[in-house]
Design a protein around this ligand. Structure first.
Ligand code: CTP
Ligand code: CA
Length: 219
């Protein structure tokens, strides 16, 4: 019902969003993931739809329902998320990278379940770097307006500003990892070419709506 009264700041716009964690297999039953719940990304997808946008959501494994009105595509690994993003990138106006993407995958993942070795031999995992989805989208031809996220454990003001420049995006949203991962509440810092501004601590639904308003104002 609330959506009916929301200003349609993204009417006619197409928005692509990544959300949730990724999962990098070690073997058929094990893997490496992180504490992202998907709540922030899903709330942003819902807020974008309420604002009138057509929303496609590329999501890692989460326990959440598809946000109303949005099209969701499920992926597991960072590489799959990368491929799904590029398969849906054409004609997008806005790309919002909210996912907590694994920086590495296990390069020697096993096709068979690893067995415990009673002689005490431990599995030796090797890692290879994953593609940086946001940086690649931002550097692509006809790039949409790109919004990045950064969850930092410290030095947020310094790292947020640096990360915005490193990823070459007009807007980067910073939050403190310990305050957001898996939680319902959050506190956001918005970094752009002008500097940074704070969105006061609130629930993720309210922050998502404020963020959509901020994005629409910058298009
Ligand atoms: N991101 C991405 N693909 C990756 C890694 C990150 O698209 N392989 C996106 C995230 O969705 C987020 C932004 O990049 O919007 C910043 O992610 P973050 O992990 O904070 O940045 P990194 O460059 O990976 O730096 P760090 O060493 O701090 O992890
Ligand atoms: Ca990272």
């Amino acid at each position: 019902l609330l959506a009916a009264f929301t200003p349609k700041t993204l009417q006619g716009k197409r928005v692509l969003i990544t959300a949730g964690p990724t999962f990098e297999p070690i073997d058929p039953v094990r893997g490496i993931t992180n504490l992202s719940s998907g709540k922030m990304g899903y709330a942003i997808a819902q807020a974008a739809f309420e604002a009138g946008a057509t929303v496609e959501l590329i999501s890692g494994p989460t326990a959440l329902d598809t946000p109303y009105g949005c099209q969701r595509y499920q992926v597991q690994t960072a590489q799959q998320m990368h491929d799904a993003v590029f398969a849906h990138l054409t004609n997008q106006d806005i790309f919002i990278a909210v996912a907590a993407v694994a920086d590495w995958h296990v390069s020697n993942a096993s096709d068979q379940k690893l067995k415990k070795n009673h002689a005490g031999d431990l599995p030796q995992l090797s890692f290879a770097q994953n593609p940086d989805i946001l940086a690649e989208v931002a550097a692509s031809k006809h790039a949409p307006f790109c919004v990045g996220f950064a969850a930092e454990s410290e030095n947020l003001i310094e790292y947020g500003a640096q990360k915005r420049l490193k990823k070459n995006v007009p807007l980067l949203v910073g939050n403190i990892a310990q305050n957001t991962l898996g939680q319902d509440q959050n506190e956001l810092l918005l970094f752009d070419a002008q500097g940074h501004t704070a969105l006061a601590p609130s629930d993720k639904t309210s922050l998502a709506r404020q963020l959509i308003t901020e994005i629409a104002a910058r298009l």
